[in-house]
Design a protein around this ligand. Structure first.
Ligand code: PEP
Ligand code: MG
Length: 943
């Protein structure tokens, strides 16, 4: 259905409706309502853009008439006329979708300039230089964006004229040169397009609107939306903002700049930004001239600085959010050209959240929602090791924090190529442009020789959480020669460098890095998250050190302690092998008896660290052959030993021969005689033969244990049932450790968990074993031990039999690594290296299901298991301990389907805490369930 209207004056538009007016349009409308000095203008809606695409890329009927009538009102307000040579009105035409996509779509400035209006501009401003500078910029921008010309040709003409005039900076070109340049540009347009440059301002305007619409489907905009998962539900089409031009290049009482209401790098509550006197906005954004810090404006333009301070306060008080705004000062008058929520790194989000709550600008809940769990990951980024004494080769601006090393590459395509090969690269450019976006994705960090902290490179890297050093002026890059010079040091493409975006340092080679500390502000924010969330957060940890760290990071217990990790320690492995290779039950019993005290001691340490919190100990899971060397290794060792043995028998012959040597010769061969003596001793004791036999025996055992599908083989509870003495020892270790600590007065909450269960009979079998051991231990220690008994749910059949399993189990824990493997029949060991990337690329699968929980398949099984399990046992505790337990979207799903807790790797605990709070706050819309097949019945939903 055709909407009533496509075009709205800023004062008519609803500043809350970003979907219709785009973020920029809504911001301009809102600022106009607030009485801020926004140049008059209007917005063409995103609906018009969608209509344009539906209309086979033709502007919707009536659109230009609406534009014309809005333009009339703007003319009335400004007292200027569009296309008039006497008093001309010029326009900026900017894109703006519901979600900010910085630099991804097109913008045209100075629209309305032609061979007539330029005369008007010269007359009004008495500044021919300024007028022709605006003209040449307009022709170039319009040529590139609206007429699809190659920008390089314009740059070549500019370079020639600069050379001819003997200047290096654009600003040094005089009016005549710029006039000449404009003339050459117009000729180039005619040559390349076959038609003269459009003179009619209305024709210019309609071509510009179309160009902005087209840029919505441009490659870099599509890539950006794909990368940041911007779906049509979030942003569909771009609006076009048409605004009166104000000029920051009208002399030294004019300026242009960008500012943040707080420092987006540190979060500090100060006006932050950059500006250039006598310049246009694009000079700042594109990093063509290195701008000054806004603090310098205090001295240079004190009145404007004070006004900006007022604007800063007004914006924050209204939007309750840090704003990133653009401004222009035209002959001393300040205009605000746009505002949007400021993109900040996670560190700054944390600091500003805490501060804004203290300042009563936002609530604790809003503060928690400001920090996206995925952004928190940035705080877990590496920093340069503070003990590192290396000297930076050069220093630029600290544009985006974190540190990264990689091979220097000088263009985005090469970065992408090497990135795809799995290599770490740093993208090194003079300045970056939006078309470099694929290079950013592929790089570990970015380094530029030009541009400020708000240049394209800085903004994009910050948004991606990648380190960036910008404006590194000592760096001279020659992209053609694929090299850069820092003073007299040459960096060739492929040389390793390190960028420290927190300090602005650049090092040659790879500098050592360390993990960052968690700040007090973050701890406060996380404590607010804890007050909100209802989902528990535990850790997957199997060492006392892991337990300590988990507790520090706020884990409320251990949800998975993999006991096999304890078997793999250097001092344990020989005993474990002894146990596996034992020829009889007795021999196995002896080895197991040696393991018991070790396992008990490990568990005691972990229980002690987690005093007062539950610790889920999983009984042995992996197939036993994982503790033995591979058949290939063993076969080669046997071969080598046999060769040594053959060499030894030759030595025996030498020894016989030596007996007949002349004594004086024998004396000189004395050292050899000693060695031969040792060898004879080895052979007499048959040590070499024994060694060979032992390795042959191990090889035989490995071959005997070989399985075609070990992950579906003799592991988990199957192993426990065939070798009950192993599980018995482990159960004993858990219960004895608990008993000893209880006697010391340490509060322990052990939980015994059985892996790979698929039938209730298996679980019952282990349960009986547990009960027997419990009786023995309680009798031995004279103490009652409280503990829980439960099962992992990681086999499809276990989900189907959840009702029966819950008869025996006090808790379930979803092992979604195996459950995903079992549900898809994808090998978790191989799929990610084989076909999964292609599946993702071809959109056969949206995500990697081993990383992002497959809510439609695996999630569905989980919901069934929860419902059936709780039908049997309403208070059944249910958790998850697969890798998905630390993935934000998966955590939200876990909350929605009623899990009691998630258990994740230790570093991800803060992410899970935050994600759980977000899930609770977003609970009402139950968005996560939208992905379900609508044909399916929802009877299994827990609500
Ligand atoms: C799982 O399968 O999800 C799990 C946690 O167990 P593991 O990764 O040890 O097989
Ligand atoms: Mg598993």
């Amino acid at each position: 259905m055709k909407p009533e209207k496509y075009v709205y004056l800023f004062e008519e538009a609803d500043g809350e409706n970003k979907k219709l007016y785009g973020g920029k349009g809504a911001g301009l409308a809102e600022m106009t309502h607030m009485g801020l000095a926004v140049p008059p203008g209007f917005v063409v809606t995103t609906e018009a853009c969608l209509q344009y695409y539906q209309n086979k890329k033709r502007l919707p009927k009536g659109l230009m008439e609406e534009v014309q009538s809005s333009l009339k009102k703007v003319e009335e307000k400004t007292g200027k006329l569009f296309g008039s040579p006497q008093n001309p009105l010029f326009l900026s035409v900017r894109s703006g979708a519901a979600i900010s996509m910085p630099g991804m779509m097109d913008t045209i400035l100075n629209l309305g300039l032609n061979s007539n209006t330029i005369e008007g501009l010269i007359r009004i401003t008495s500044d021919g230089r300024f007028a022709y500078d605006s003209y040449r910029r307009f022709i170039q921008l319009f040529g590139k964006i609206a007429l699809g010309m190659d920008e390089k040709e314009f740059d070549q003409i500019l370079a020639r004229i600069k050379e001819k005039s003997g200047v290096t900076e654009d600003i040094d070109l005089d009016a005549d040169c710029l006039k000449d340049l404009s003339g050459q540009y117009l000729a180039l347009v005619k040559k390349r397009t076959g038609s003269p440059f459009p003179e009619d301002p209305m024709a210019q305007l309609s071509l510009a609107i179309e160009a902005v619409f087209r840029s919505w489907m441009g490659k870099r905009a599509i890539d950006y939306r794909k990368e940041f998962k911007i779906t049509p539900e979030v942003a569909d089409g771009t609006a076009v903002n048409i605004c009166t031009m104000v000029f920051g290049n009208m002399g030294f009482d004019s300026a242009t700049g960008v500012a943040f209401t707080r420092d987006p790098g540190t979060g500090e509550n100060v006006l932050y930004g950059e500006y250039l006197v006598n310049a246009q906005g694009e000079d700042v954004v594109a990093g063509i001239r290195t701008p000054k810090s806004i603090q310098e404006m205090k001295k240079e333009m004190p009145r404007t600085y004070r006004e900006l301070e007022r604007v800063r306060k007004t914006l924050e008080a209204h939007f309750h959010e840090v704003q990133d705004f653009e401004f222009t000062v035209e002959k001393g008058k300040l205009y605000i050209l746009q505002t949007r929520n400021g993109k900040m790194n996670a560190h700054a989000i944390v600091k500003t959240s805490k501060d804004m709550v203290d300042e009563r600008l936002i609530t604790q809940q809003q503060a928690v929602l400001r920090l996206k769990p995925q952004d928190l990951e940035q705080l877990l980024h590496k920093q340069i090791d503070p003990n590192f004494k290396g000297k930076p080769a050069c220093v630029g601006l600290a544009a985006s924090p974190g540190a990264a090393s990689g091979k220097a590459v000088f263009d985005a395509d090469e970065a992408e190529r090497l990135g795809k090969l799995g290599q770490k690269v740093i993208l090194v450019r003079e300045e970056t442009k939006p078309e470099d976006i694929h290079g950013f994705f592929a790089s570990q960090g970015v380094l530029t020789s030009r541009g400020g902290k708000t240049s394209h490179a800085a903004v994009v890297a910050r948004g991606m959480g990648k380190p960036c050093v910008s404006g590194c002026e000592d760096l001279h890059i020659d992209p053609k020669a694929r090299e850069a010079m820092i003073k007299n040091i040459r960096i060739n493409e492929g040389d390793l460098i390190t960028v420290d975006g927190s300090r602005g340092d650049v090092y040659l080679g790879e500098a050592p890095t360390v993990d960052p500390e968690i700040s007090q502000h973050l701890l406060t924010l996380l404590s607010w998250a804890d007050k909100i969330r209802t989902l528990g957060v535990r850790a997957n940890a199997d060492t006392p050190e892991g337990a300590v760290k988990a507790r520090q990071l706020g884990a409320e217990g251990i949800g998975l302690c993999r006991t096999e990790r304890m078997f793999n320690a250097v001092d344990r492995l020989p005993i474990v092998r002894e146990m596996i290779l034992a020829g009889s039950k007795e021999a196995r019993g002896e080895a197991i008896a040696k393991l018991l005290p070790l396992q008990k001691a490990d568990l005691k340490k972990i229980f002690r660290e987690m005093e007062g919190l539950p610790v889920t100990v999983r009984l042995l899971d992996p197939p036993l052959h994982e503790f033995l060397p591979s058949a290939e290794e063993l076969a080669s060792e046997v071969r080598n030993l046999k060769e040594v043995d053959a060499a030894f028998s030759t030595m025996e012959n030498i020894s016989n021969a030596m007996k007949f040597l002349d004594p004086s010769f024998r004396e000189s061969l004395k050292p050899l005689e000693h060695m031969v003596g040792d060898i004879i001793e080895i052979r007499e004791k048959k040590l070499d033969k024994k060694l060979i036999r032992r390795q042959q025996e191990t090889l035989r055992k490995v071959k005997e244990m070989r399985e075609v599908n070990p992950m579906l083989g003799h592991r988990g509870v199957r192993l426990g049932i065939t070798y009950p003495e192993i599980y018995k020892m482990q159960i004993q270790a858990v219960l004895e450790a608990a008993a000893e600590l209880l006697k010391e007065g340490v509060q322990v909450q052990p939980e015994i968990m059985v892996p790979q269960v698929c039938t209730a009979q298996e679980l019952k079998w282990v349960h009986q074993l547990v009960q027997r051991v419990q009786k023995e231990v309680e009798k031995q220690y004279g103490i009652k031990i409280e503990f829980k008994f439960g099962t992992m749910i990681e086999v499809v059949r276990a989900c189907m039999r959840a009702g029966r399993l819950a008869e025996v189990a006090d808790f379930f824990s979803f092992g979604t690594n195996d459950l995903t493997q079992a549900t898809f029949s994808f090998s978790r060991e191989d799929a990610e290296n084989k076909f999964l990337p292609l599946y993702n690329e071809r959109k056969i699968l949206q995500d990697n299901p081993f990383e992002v929980l497959d809510v439609k398949g695996v999630g569905r099984l989980m919901m069934i298991a929860i419902e059936w399990g709780r039908k049997t046992k309403p208070d059944l505790k249910v958790g998850i301990c697969g890798e998905h337990g630390g993935h934000p979207e998966s955590v939200e799903f876990c909350h929605t389907i009623g899990l009691s807790y998630v258990s994740c790797s230790v570093p991800r605990i803060p992410i899970a805490r935050l994600a759980a709070a977000h899930a609770k706050l977003k609970e009402k819309d139950k968005k996560v369930l939208e992905g379900y097949d609508p044909d399916t019945s929802f009877s299994v939903l827990p609500y």
